[in-house]
Design a protein around this ligand. Structure first.
Ligand SMILES: O=C(O)CCC(=O)C(=O)O
Ligand SMILES: [Fe+2]
Length: 346
């Protein structure tokens, strides 16, 4: 079963009837975008969509509207050098969609883009880094010591994040962010639409490594701890991130303790909140700012399989995130007092 819930039908050969083709040796990692693949396959009939079959970047699922179009493509291009796709030899199989069972009570519409999500201040950029850069970042952190929490491992740079108080000790500077993230810092500075704010000069990095099925409790990053902009880069595996706007929330609800208090909120069924979610693929950069950063809780569900519409997406063996923030000097003066520890406690 691929991570999208597509699988090879029983039996072999061209007798199989399915509008979906699993196509190997083809994908963004070899310079073929999903759009380019879609237009190439469209000569056989309407293509509903092209999606990654897994995180490799070289295997895709091409979904046609009609079985006959998939058969025509299979006959013409399977195991042949394909002139419309840079002469690559494509390896194909028919594939069918078998959604996996998940808890439907938990369902929330999952968006693929910031526009669909529609939360002010939340931005998502796909393919923020290349596959090569992703590999190098993972190698760099895997060569450094991890600190084990109850269910995941972390590394902190710049300033240590103290989970008990959900804050940093701003007097304990650990040093500049490591050189292996220098090119990321440059890209952050030129993230579109940021303007001239000093909060893009991030100085704190938390690296989280989540094993498959581990998530993160709903929380708002403490206002008094960090400036307006929070950047989170996803590596290795995907997940969905849910955003919750509580009507009667406060800065530390619904979980009154640390971000790592997974058990506390694991079973909490939200009744008094608006929920939205976005899919975070590997190499994407999420920016939380403004209302999305200050007034919405963010949450990674504790699932091995995320439901995206009627598709099930199995999480990889791990997801590693790099969260970049700027430690706040002085109290937060945001317009979201209800969620602001600086303004409630002063
Ligand atoms: O893993 C992520 O993308 C988010 C991490 C996060 O929200 C946090 O460390 O506060
Ligand atoms: Fe967070």
């Amino acid at each position: 079963m691929s991570k999208n819930g597509f699988t090879r039908p029983k039996g072999t050969g061209e007798s199989n009837s399915s509008p979906n083709l699993y196509v190997a040796n083809c994908g963004p990692a070899v310079g073929l975008t999903h759009d380019a693949i879609k237009s190439a396959f469209q000569i056989f009939g309407e293509v509903i969509g092209v999606q990654s079959a897994d995180d490799s970047g070289v295997r895709v699922i091409v979904c046609f509207a009609e079985d006959t179009a998939a058969q025509a493509a299979f006959q013409a291009w399977n195991e042949k050098s394909c002139p419309n796709l840079a002469g690559r030899v494509l390896h194909m199989r028919y594939s069918v969609h078998r959604p996996q069972k998940v808890n439907s009570n938990d369902s929330v519409v999952v968006s693929h883009s910031e526009r669909e999500l529609g939360i002010p201040g939340i931005h998502l950029m796909h393919e923020f880094i290349t596959l090569e850069e992703e590999k190098e970042l993972l190698k760099a952190v895997d060569e450094r010591p991890w600190k084990s929490l109850a269910k995941r491992r972390v590394q902190h740079y710049g300033y240590e994040f103290l989970y008990e108080v959900r804050n940093v000790d701003s007097k304990q500077f650990l040093g500049e962010l490591p050189s292996f993230v220098s090119h990321i810092l440059q890209k952050i500075v030129s993230f579109p639409g940021l303007g001239d704010t000093s909060s893009k000069l991030v100085d704190q990095l938390t690296v989280n490594e989540y094993p498959c099925g581990v998530g993160l409790s709903p929380h708002i990053d403490t206002h008094s701890a960090f400036d307006d902009l929070i950047f989170s880069l996803s590596l290795a595996g995907s997940c969905i991130m849910e955003f919750r706007q509580y009507t009667e929330g406060s800065w530390n609800s619904p979980a009154s303790s640390a971000v790592d208090a997974e058990e506390l909120t694991k079973s909490a069924k939200p009744s008094n909140c608006t929920r939205k979610a976005v899919f975070l693929p590997p190499r994407s950069m999420l920016l939380m700012s403004g209302e999305g950063r200050y007034a919405w809780h963010h949450y990674i569900p504790h699932h091995k399989v995320d439901m995206i519409g009627d598709r099930s997406v199995r999480r990889g063996s791990r997801r590693v995130s790099f969260t970049f923030r700027k430690v706040r000097k002085g109290p937060c003066q945001c317009n979201y007092r209800q969620f602001c520890d600086s303004q409630l406690e002063s």
